[in-house]
Design a protein around this ligand. Sequence first.
Ligand SMILES: [Zn+2]
Ligand SMILES: [Zn+2]
Length: 290
Amino acid sequence: MNVSAYTPLDAPLIGIEGLEIADVYLQQVMDLIASTNELGLLKQYLVLSLVVAFWAYVLFFVFCSISYYIFFVRWKYIFRPDSEPQVPVGQVRREIMLSMWSLPTIAFLTSPWFMLQLHGYSQLYIYDPTVTWTQTGLTVLAFIVFTDSCIYWIHRWEHTFPWIYKNIHKPHHEWKVPSPYASYAFHPLDGYAQSVPYHLFVMFCPMNVFVYMLMFVLVQLWTIGIHDSVDFIGDKKGSWISKIVNGSMHHTIHHSKFIYNYGQYFTFWDKLLGSHYEPCLDYEGAKKTQ
Ligand SMILES: [Zn+2]
Ligand SMILES: [Zn+2]
């Protein structure tokens, strides 16, 4: 049953016992989204773009503000003490201003992908009882490997080609010491390019629509998380997890040194291609390793 062709109430949407109430609400949401197919292409494009822009603003302001309040205001003395590099005065306002422009622009660029999905041109499906949890887990794994690899290369190319760097990626590197609000403070084409692998994956590989949405929200939260410079995975001490995961101190180094740590979730490609810089080296006064 694909996303555009489902019949309301002919099957549970998520198929997990105990979550029947969620099924009812999700059914209403899916009805509403699917009903845009009857609007005609132009109206559907405008409606979807505005709805996506609205929810992008909501996600941005809610989660960036929570992160900013906790780490940069309320418990600043723990997470962002004065001994560490500080976000310059006035930068947060400029990060928000740039995001206010980039988020809706990305929404308008992204809507055609959602329209393709709603008109049945993707491999997204609603609950399918024949799909096992193992298959779902493997799909998520493939999704992460594919998107993480693509984003490494897109990001690296943005630094490799001077014209692209200067015109597309440089605005995001204005923030040498980023705040959470820097997570979406980039040129819209930069943000859009880095989102394309997500849409591309489901054009070829079957995936449950709710798992897809979950992965989409997860990457938004991850992006905010790697811009707060708060070390939750032991980056500074060189913990075993920091060897594998591209934590927030990894991305902080990307912002301050430019040519290292292009990855998103994992350090795999950076390590393989010699662009990895372990954050603990700065904190222990040692040298960069390849
Ligand atoms: Zn960069
Ligand atoms: Zn960044």
